[in-house]
Design a protein around this ligand. Structure first.
Ligand code: NDP
Length: 237
């Protein structure tokens, strides 16, 4: 039987990159971690085996499936919404369906996930979104839709922090800068341009972002809510 002191965490988008690092970190702190994935089944299964958690296939753009799956989890102590997509390019040439899918995954899903999880979340629960430094600074062309989606999370955490504050539930957004993942490889062709915008000129390691999420999930962060915590090597400075 699982001890009642074991915290239950749900990470949306945990199969790769920053999400996988968050799954590993929260698991290493003794939490029982369930995570979702959409396309990367093999990686999800192997991570679930490694961490002793559960992997659930769930496309964050499917609102009804998302609400049903989170509802089925029951009481979650920690919700992390990491699943996100990046679409960059000339807005005049972008497929509007692709832009709407980005808004659905990056904005709608965090909102519905947070509200659904909050229905059963115990007092003192934690909700963390993964945003981006591009909410605050867009140093290159082509980032309007992506930046807008991440900026939406800043407003969302302020509102939800008020809505759930009487239950001591905190709601925050972590805003990474360039972080070494499939989405933004440290050795990618844009690296020198990205580093030129930063005070500390390197990609972050996924474990550095996961550490900030773990701190927000800890008792120590009980008074941090409605906040955007940026971890971007000074890109937005
Ligand atoms: P990756 O592309 O490397 O990984 C994305 C993760 O999200 C995967 O686990 C993927 O799962 C999951 N995911 C994507 N779409 C969906 C979906 N529709 N439903 C469920 N899961 C989904 O990205 P990163 O790790 O780099 O990024 C993670 C988060 O951090 C994103 O929100 C991103 O915007 C943000 N970010 C990243 C930065 C970077 O430089 N890397 C910088 C700033 C912010 P699967 O493969 O199974 O579909």
């Amino acid at each position: 039987m699982v001890s009642t002191s074991v915290k239950k965490a749900l990470v949306l988008g945990g199969s790769r990159g920053i999400g996988a690092a968050i799954v590993r970190r929260l698991s290493s702190e003794g939490m029982q971690v369930t995570f979702t994935y959409s396309a990367s089944e093999e990686r999800a299964k192997s991570l679930a085996e490694e961490t002793g958690g559960d992997a659930v296939r769930l496309d964050s753009s499917d609102r009804e499936a998302l609400i049903a799956a989170i509802g089925q989890q029951g009481a979650i102590d920690v919700l992390v919404v990491n699943a996100g997509v990046a679409v960059a390019g000339d807005p005049l040439g972008m497929d509007p369906n692709e832009v709407d899918r980005l808004f659905s995954i990056n904005i709608n899903a965090p909102y519905h996930a947070a509200v659904t999880a909050a229905r059963h979340m115990p007092n003192g629960g934690r909700i963390v979104f993964i945003g981006s430094t591009n909410a605050d600074r867009s140093p290159m062309n082509g980032l309007a839709a992506y930046g807008a989606s991440k900026a939406a999370l800043k407003g969302m955490v302020k509102g939800l922090a008020r809505d759930f504050g009487d239950r001591q539930i905190t709601v925050n957004v972590v805003q990474p800068g360039p972080t070494d993942t499939d989405m933004n490889p440290a050795g990618g062709e844009m690296k020198d341009l990205m580093h030129s915008f930063m005070a500390i000129k390197r990609h972050a390691h996924v474990s550095e972002v996961a550490a900030m999420v773990a701190w927000l999930a800890s008792h120590e962060a009980a008074m941090v809510t409605g906040a955007a915590l940026t971890i971007d090597g000074g890109m937005a400075a």
